[in-house]
Ligand binder design. Sequence first.
Ligand code: NAP
Length: 493
Amino acid sequence: MTLARFQMCIDGQWVDALSGKTFHSLNPALGEAWAELPDADEADVERAVQAAQRAFEAPAWRGLSATARGKLLRRLGDLIGARKEELAQLESRDNGKLIRETRGQVGYLPEFFHYTAGLADKLEGGTLPLDKPDMFAYTVHEPIGVVAGIIPWNSPLYLTAIKLAPALAAGNTIVLKPSEHASATILELARLALEAGFPAGVVNVVTGYGPSTGAALTRHPLVRKIAFTGGAATARHVVRSSAENFAKLSLELGGKSPNIIFADADLESAVNGAVAGIYAASGQSCVAGSRLLVQDAVYDEFVARLIERARRIRIGNPQDDASEMGPMATEQQLAIVERMVAQAQSEGATLLMGGRRPALDGNGWYYEPTLLACARHDLTIMQEEVFGPVAAVIRFKDEAEALAMANDSQFGLAAGIWTRDLGRAHRLARDVRSGIIWVNTYRAVSAMAPIGGFKNSGYGRESGIDSVLAYTELKTVWINLSPAPMPDPFVMR
Ligand code: NAP
């Protein structure tokens, strides 16, 4: 098969790595290489960051009004809308995500860019009601500088958009480092940014491996903010890199999110919510509802209905419209899933469904929807993220026990609560320590709704009205109104 060839976008130019080195991206549905991309090293990262710094200082970008930046973002949203089918197909091929899901995500991106475009010229500072009558002071939001965006493979376009759009709305420039497993659509996004009219150097993309390309980018002294989405182990490297220059950081990390089903819930909806939470996207979702906490009275019925529904899931080629579950994005991820399911059983969990690769033609990295019953909440499968279609289910007696289990986690990204009791829904929404709470729904996202986690799920929030502020520095300006000469210089004013 002939490989598709991609180049990187640096300073508005399409370039190979200076070393000439390349790597392959694999199609997870086939388990074979489909594209060749530049393997950027330190020298390429240097070029990209320098270009971003020059663009940050140049009048072509710095001199644009916030309204003009918003218009560029709006145009970028329109261009994405015009090319949405192509982008959806490309992402599905590159990371094995279902075409129906990539269509949904890409289809929403124009809305996301339009929403953020509207925020660009609403970054108002304030005048300060000072306690000093001869002084006037005000605050201004200014861009930070060069931003590094580090993107994982599971939803590359969406997770890039929620960094890129606010960073540009605020007037920053950016160097993106997509995952080596899913770079193609991010390069296309950079092409559309140039077409939309963003000046050269404002949006750059370097492709390559995390420990080389990613590390070189995050430790670069000109990078003033790092927006990272990925796993905790990588995040620790990134935090250490940021310490060199005290770059600002946002970390969107993993989760072990509880989906809590009470006996009074609409069970059909709860079963669908459980499927949406853990089997959609083959469980490769940061907000996966991977812990199912089910009240005693409905436990048996819920589990039976979940198994019945999950057994009907159509596993197959992600580019087929009829498929409901595609492959794992990487062979390593499949191996991790297999190892964790085996470990769960060795620790005492009971396999109720799945636990193996489905019998399908070809070499794709597929895994069956899997359910493990746990008698104890301290099993590894209840505590560690799998990032695959594996749910661990456990019973609880009452609300207090459900809450204790929900919060017994190093993570705090999301939680689902299924109940018809309004008071209980609000109590748990208040008491569960997670950044996102879904009541009688799961995996809902919106440009207007912040995403981010408590505890080891990271810090900072993306999306929503404040997301642009996270890409600004706040400056305070003091004006002396007094005509009198400056008083005693040795006393603080
Ligand atoms: P990952 O291995 O941590 O990789 C994330 C990104 O970091 C990739 O671009 C990776 O590049 C890069 N990277 C790796 N080592 C690096 C280093 N030393 N310095 C700088 N960058 C480096 O995560 P993943 O496996 O791609 O994604 C899965 C994780 O992301 C899960 O834990 C999931 O929960 C989390 N996630 C969180 C959210 C959220 O919004 N909270 C959303 C989606 C995913 P390479 O891939 O090329 O190595």
